[in-house]
Design a protein around this ligand. Structure first.
Ligand code: FE
Ligand code: FE
Ligand code: ZN
Length: 201
């Protein structure tokens, strides 16, 4: 039986992320298009520039190990981007579109953060300081992009999405006299607690 080493695990994951970043470069312009909030468009656009830089940095990481640059289909990114396309299409024209785009983008950022967290750690263990530094730079840019998206969601996109629900709610008022949070499908804390208790049984 062949024993695969940390170095092999590292190179495998590196090829996965090289493929992921190249897919993300192609996908981000679609997210810019789908978003209607100018600040969100700008944020995704500037992360596109950084993402192009990630492709180049990963090429430098391959080189720092004396390895040939190579990609290996990242099925996770394929799936995340497919879901992103779907949610953007479903919410096109809705006031919830920016919240939808942010959620799709953040799922990609979190996958990248998990992957670069590992790659950075492993590069250090493998004694490659140059690679570790490059991977840390990428990791920090993914974290910053994710935080910026959270800020935008909290500053405007989530509220916009919620307002749309309020408007629907007031139109339906005569037919539906339930409190606004229930009409919006938000469960009151107590019923969440009951549900949690019943799940615990
Ligand atoms: Fe990236
Ligand atoms: Fe992957
Ligand atoms: Zn990213």
């Amino acid at each position: 039986m062949k024993t695969l080493t940390l170095k092999e695990l590292f190179m495998d994951e590196l090829a996965d992320m090289y493929d992921a970043e190249r897919r993300i470069v192609k996908a981000l312009p679609k997210m810019v298009k789908a978003a209607t909030c100018p600040d969100l468009k700008k944020t995704i656009q500037s992360h596109l520039k950084e993402t192009e830089g990630h492709v180049q940095k990963l090429e430098q990481v391959f080189k720092s190990f004396g390895e040939k640059v190579k990609g290996k289909t990242c099925e996770a990114t394929v799936g995340l981007l497919k879901e992103g396309d779907e949610i953007a299409a479903d919410f096109k024209g809705s006031p919830a579109i920016n919240a939808a785009v942010i959620s799709a983008a953040q799922k990609v950022e979190h996958y990248e953060m998990a992957s670069y967290g590992c790659l950075h750690e492993w590069a250090g263990l493998l004694g490659n300081e140059k690679a570790a530094g490059l991977l840390e730079t990428i990791l920090n840019e993914e974290k910053a992009a994710n935080e910026k998206l959270t800020e935008l969601a909290r500053a405007s996109s989530n509220e916009e999405a919620l307002c749309a629900c309020d408007q629907n709610g007031s139109q339906e008022k005569s037919a539906d006299q339930r409190p606004a949070n229930l009409r919006r499908g938000i469960r009151p804390v107590s019923s969440n607690r009951n549900r949690a208790e019943s799940l615990a049984l």
